[in-house]
Design a protein around this ligand. Structure first.
Ligand code: GLN
Length: 499
């Protein structure tokens, strides 16, 4: 197996830029790793091997011709199967979209193509991005490379496991309630949910449009920032896209210095329901940041614990509306169309056969919450809670630069452990959801391995909207501290153990 798979994205890009290696070699190494690892990990729903090899040769030719290349040119990347990419199927891990070939490409994917990156395939996920374990995929779960009997998080478990399993150096996810950050936490990787509106949702199959946001997944902070920069920017095709340039996240990711930063620890996120190993790693990381020159204060955000409940009304309401388009008339699965059935019967049969249990649960919940007699009691109340969460953030950011918490209350749980208990599954996103409701930037960085079970713990950093640079600055400071302790990035520990 080629050692290239253990390199960071920025290192691979540098080696290609100076001519030490070719994009063809890099791409082949990763495709070989995918072939070797997929039996065990199942991070991908579709591997686009031939097109990736063609792209790699084109990128090499472009470089030889002396044309200017971007900072991630030639780097392989996996794309969550919730983004369209013309020429490859997009399923959202659902039977209802099996075999659908979208005629257009998502803006964030197009930006990667324009940056000469090499798309190697589509990664596994919970169906329509609903879940925290990737077990809701209609095509079977993804396994966590740290422990194959554990969940890789969700909904973007494929994108995170592909990184932890060295199948790709970078991947892309979408985060509605934590689907980039929670998988990052349980796989020891970096995942960033950018400020809402700073990366385009065009071509991202909608789950809950007021919450969904595409973002980068990586094995280190600088790689995430470089991808963040490629992905983000105004897009006239997305009406919620922010028409202003974002902060310089790459310089922030290189800073590795938290001196003078004011960091607020969210008082409400800890205690009962949090694994002792998670709390310990989190506290050690906070102490490390203090010793590196940050000022630490405790901040109360009294409405954060209510965010989960509000999310499970607002999100399903939007889901019930967004998923109405899968009606068997225009694309996707069509069941029972034998010439005698009505269009309505075909819709009912197709939606019954095509959607999984969790998707149906949310459509029903959302339809109920929006129904005329209950709208104010449920949807209306949830929107009020959303406003209170936004106010908590505003008050907090008057006192501190960033807020921090564990990303998720536990480390990776066992596959099968929560699949029949939706409430237990939902709690995985207790700490991540406030940032989706408020639209601010939030990221998960590795905080270390839990002393209880040896599994990765995630450290969440939240910053005000359009201050994405601040989360990268804290992330890079934390990374520098931990690398001193481990003699390298967290995942080198995994490599040494031969996993
Ligand atoms: N796990 C959360 C859910 O099930 C988050 C989903 C997401 O961010 N796409 O809704």
């Amino acid at each position: 197996m080629s050692t290239l798979i253990h390199e960071s994205a920025h290192r691979l890009a540098e080696m290609m830029a100076v001519g030490d290696i070719t994009c063809e070699e890099v791409t082949r190494a990763h495709l070989e790793r995918i072939t070797e690892a997929e039996d065990q990990i199942h991070a991908f729903l579709y591997v686009d091997a031939d097109r990736a090899m063609d792209t790699s040769r084109r990128v090499d030719a472009k470089r030889r011709s002396g044309e200017p290349m971007g900072p991630l040119a030639g780097v392989p990347i996996g794309v969550k199967d919730v983004f369209t990419y013309a020429g490859a199927p997009t399923t959202c891990a659902s039977k209802i979209l099996e075999g659908w070939h979208p005629p257009y490409t998502a803006t964030v994917v197009q930006r990667m193509i324009d940056a000469d990156m090499v798309i190697v395939g589509k990664t596994n996920m919970d169906e329509f991005a609903m879940g925290s374990s990737t077990e809701n995929s209609a095509y079977g779960p993804t396994h966590n490379p740290w422990a194959l009997d554990r969940i890789p998080g969700g909904s973007g478990g494929g994108s995170a496991a592909a990184l932890a399993g060295f199948e790709v150096p970078l991947s892309v996810g979408s985060d509605t309630g934590g689907s980039i950050r929670q998988p990052a936490a349980v796989t020891g990787t970096v995942g960033v949910k950018p400020t809402y509106g700073s990366s385009s949702r065009y071509g991202l199959v909608a789950m809950a449009s007021s919450l969904d946001q595409p973002g980068p997944c990586a094995r280190n902070v600088l790689d995430a920032a470089l991808l963040h920069q490629v992905m983000s920017g105004h897009d006239p095709k997305d009406s919620t896209s922010i028409d202003a340039s974002g902060p310089d996240v790459v310089t922030a990711a290189r800073s590795r210095d938290v001196t003078g930063m004011k960091i607020g620890v969210v008082k409400e996120f800890g205690g009962e329901g949090y694994a002792p190993g998670v709390e310990r790693s989190f506290r050690e990381a906070v102490a490390g940041l203090a010793s590196a020159g940050a000022e630490i204060v405790e901040v109360s955000c009294p409405h954060f614990p209510a965010a989960l409940g509000a999310y499970y009304l607002i999100m399903p309401s939007e889901v019930s509306s967004n998923l109405a388009r899968f009606d068997a008339m225009r694309y996707g699965l069509r069941v029972g169309d034998d010439g005698t059935t009505s269009a309505e019967q075909v819709m009912r049969l197709s939606r019954g056969a095509g959607f999984g249990a969790e998707v149906k649960r949310r459509i029903i919940l959302g339809t109920y919450a929006l129904s005329s007699g209950y709208y104010d009691a449920y949807y209306g109340s949830a929107q009020k809670v959303r406003t209170l969460v936004i106010q908590d953030f505003s008050n907090a950011f008057c006192q501190v630069d960033v807020l921090v918490s564990p990303t998720t209350p536990t480390t990776a749980f066992k596959l099968g452990e929560r699949i029949d208990d939706p409430m237990a599954m939902y709690k995985a996103d207790l700490c991540t959801i406030p940032s989706n409701l408020a639209g601010n930037v939030s990221a998960s960085f590795p905080a270390g391995l839990s002393a209880e079970d040896g599994l990765p713990v995630g450290f969440q950093v939240m910053a005000p909207p359009m201050r994405d640079d601040l989360v990268y600055r804290v992330g890079s400071g934390l990374e520098a501290l931990l690398e001193d302790r481990w003699g390298g990035p967290l995942w080198t520990l995994m490599k040494e153990e031969g996993r």
